[in-house]
Design a protein around this ligand. Sequence first.
Ligand code: UDX
Length: 443
Amino acid sequence: MKLAVIGTGYVGLVSGTCFAEMGNNVICVDNNREKLKKLNNGQVTIYEPGLELLYQRNFNQKRLRFTDNLKEAVDFAEAIFLCLPTPQGEDGSADLTHVMEIADQIGNILKQSSDYKLIVNKSTVPVGTVAKVKEVLTQKGAKSFDVASNPEFLREGFAVDDFMKPDRIVIGAESEKAFKLLRSLYEPFVRQGNPIIEMDIRSAEVTKYAANSYLATRITFMNELANFCEKAGANVDLVRKGMGSDTRIGKRFLFPGIGYGGSCFPKDVNALIKTSLDFNSELTLLTLVDKINKEQRLRFFNKIKNHFEGNLKGKRFAVWGLAFKPNTDDMREAPSIPVIKMLLENGAKVKAFDPAAMTNSKFYLNDKIEYADNMYDALPDADALLIFTEWNEFRNPDFTKVKSLLKEPLIFDGRNVYDLDDMEELGFTYYSIGRKIIKGKNL
Ligand code: UDX
């Protein structure tokens, strides 16, 4: 099938590449010249495990091309996927500028053509946006087209796997022609038997927000429960296993930490709250979820501050992990940012190591912190080690080395990476989330 993908961010580049991998002919469009130059030179522009191999293969076989010429792509394709950013606007709602601008331009192109085109929205947009896109296209004089909603559920770090073997495909459309086209495009991706769920457009638009907000709520429930466990003398890890074994609950996505981050959950929770207000049907639970999530970062900072009896001036902290989660270089809404900023505001110094996110981190923390060459290089003379991201390489370090490099054997772990008994045996003072504090021998 001939496809166009508009926007080459995470969703666009992964979608375009994976569609090409399934044998489709794909043109990706972006207006960022620098990005295009790299993509046309054989260079992948995002860090995503497994993507480079697929990109190289399909780029070399010319099934995957990149251009800034929207008209060329629209003329070429049967289906045009909108994979554009919908950042959080000032009032919390999703900013639709990019989506509506492209709709306008596509409308101008389509008014000169009588070929049928299916415009598919993959961007996360509030309910009613696809109807607005349709309205713009109609107003511009486009004649033969459908607009559909096909929300994307891929996770960063697993984007290629999630795209190639999705749990489900959601399609919201109005005509059998649109359903048929998308069904045949996606059938090879769900050969194992996962469902293609067909529905009306508005329900498809809501489904994406519902999934992300539910997951954010689930994490927030566990974060609040973890705080309670700390006070009640329970171990949230054991509680998590005990409750997660109930098949109605399930084991996944129950890990407490320093709050969810990333480019989706915070923005989508806020956008859904805003939309619910617009429809005079406030989702009050989500308002609390957002509040508790922000407080979770402050709580972690306060653990550190209280340990040092309120005085962080001149203290040095080693940081392992900056990205909002492992296997990504993405720093958007990473909980490490507000916590590090609070440490700096309180007169502390920070030296950080992250396997992938240090370049992007400079955009948020610029030269206010030092960056280490490797994980151990962050440690010398630090008063404590702080863990913000559970990268695998932090899971089993040389603890003797860690202990000898730190000023004191003191760890604040925002991701419950280590076992309490191990920490006790090794003699660390160890703070984690929802578990008892281990008091080291030396402190
Ligand atoms: C999310 C959705 O999972 C995905 O379906 C959607 O398309 C985009 O948003 P992503 O942002 O890549 O994907 O990250 P995800 O793996 O879902 O994690 C989000 C945040 O939740 C991270 O900050 C992570 O650390 C946190 N998290 C996740 C927890 O704190 N505990 C958990 O148990 C799981």
